[in-house]
Design a protein around this ligand. Structure first.
Ligand SMILES: [Mg+2]
Length: 386
């Protein structure tokens, strides 16, 4: 049986197509940590930590990770712990990583993605097969509108709806009056057939402020309201006082958090990341807990490069709980871009071919491992030394 021979780390910075910001963000998106894993037969697998130092759990419950922190954690602890382990033993991989250092789920996820990629290539199956199978052939995509001006948002929404997007997420939580006007404008630009959801990234100061603000948005038919305030109990309070379902994001990192949210009985949707949980194996656990409780989920992320997005797509394909449209960028290398905007956040990407975007959905790639090969020349082109 092949074993993990080496794990290398590097940092890339992709050029952004337009500004994409949310409440709390202090650095540019697209500067992320990449893992290159090699096995004893010479196969290569790739992983990514879309690490953000300023995005974490409520009230200090979890912490941010920067690319440099991830590099140190992986180089110093996770790589030595994982080296020598047989390919395909994800239970033992997580046991070793969790034993050597507490926390750092983004770092652990990056290593685990590379291990899944290699295992799939070894067995000649896509990663979703390793996760249990394929619950869907296509993953419907939500296009995210950051904290931009209302005029820019109108233009962007009209364009991406024309390109097939059926769900728009609007970043809010900065200023109630601005947020209400923004959601009105997005509904007007999107038309009636499109679903709209809003994400405050914990931005409202109190549950009361969130309730007052959201009630004035609800005439626009909100599919859900994501993380209006900080705190599991506080989002539950908001959920009990508005009509739209509330989604837990910053409050929901792992299966244990999801149990707490379910026990609270008010929050109706959970957002799963491949990273918050520490990898695909544990993200599937969240899906299992939520499915047992009748909680629908989406896959959400941090505007990853193609490497991390492939992991997101594989999770969305495999987890039966993921029935909602997902915030997964449509990773598209520069030579495959023709001025389209739907789901595209970067001017270029790290994959040899684009994700296939058809009728508002990403077609689940069926190739071995993560499904699409990584472009080594692009890795070198966007590599930064810092
Ligand atoms: Mg969110």
């Amino acid at each position: 049986m092949p074993t993990i021979k080496s794990i290398e780390t590097l940092i890339v910075q992709l050029p952004t197509r337009r500004e994409h910001k949310w409440v709390g963000l202090t650095e540019r998106i697209g500067r992320y940590l990449i893992v290159k894993m090699t096995d004893s037969d010479g196969r290569i697998g790739w992983g990514e930590a879309p690490a953000l130092k300023d995005w974490g759990g409520e009230f200090g419950r979890y912490f941010g990770e920067s690319t440099r922190i991830c590099k140190t954690v992986i180089d110093s602890y996770l790589a030595p712990a994982a080296t020598g382990l047989e390919i395909g033993n994800f239970v033992e991989l997580h046991a070793r990583m969790d034993a050597i250092i507490r926390g750092y789920p983004y770092s652990k996820a990056a290593v685990e993605f590379a291990a899944y990629d290699i295992a799939g290539r070894w067995l000649n199956v896509p990663v979703h097969t390793l996760l249990g199978g394929k619950a869907r052939d296509r993953v419907p995509i939500t296009h995210s509108i950051g904290l931009i001006s209302i005029a820019e948002a109108r233009e962007e929404v009209a364009k991406v709806v024309k390109e097939g997007i059926r769900t728009i997420k609007v970043k809010i939580g900065s200023d109630p009056a601005r947020d209400i006007a923004m959601v009105d404008a997005v509904r007007e630009a999107a038309g009636d057939a499109v679903e709209i959801c809003v994400d405050a990234n914990e931005g409202y100061k109190t549950p009361g402020e969130a309730v007052q603000t959201i009630r004035r948005m609800e005439k626009n038919r909100l599919k859900y309201v994501e993380q209006p305030v900080m705190g599991i109990e506080r989002i539950a309070e908001v959920a009990s006082r508005i009509d739209a379902p509330v989604m837990a994001d910053e409050s929901a990192w792992n299966a244990h958090d999801s149990i707490q949210i379910i026990q609270g009985g008010k929050v109706q949707i959970v957002s799963i990341y491949t990273t918050k949980a520490g990898g695909l194996y544990k993200a599937m656990e969240i899906g299992a807990v939520c499915r047992a409780a009748g909680i629908p989920c989406n896959v959400n992320g941090s505007i990853e490069t193609g490497i991390g997005n492939l992991a997101n797509v594989q999770l969305a394909a495999a987890s039966p709980a993921v029935t909602l449209s997902c915030v997964i960028p449509v990773s598209t290398p520069a030579d495959a871009q023709h001025g389209q905007a739907a789901g595209i956040y970067y001017e270029d990407d790290l994959l040899v071919e684009p994700m296939r975007f058809v009728e508002g959905s990403i077609v689940v790639p069926g190739g071995p491992g993560m499904g699409i090969d990584v472009d080594l020349a692009k890795i070198e082109k966007y590599r930064v030394h810092d």
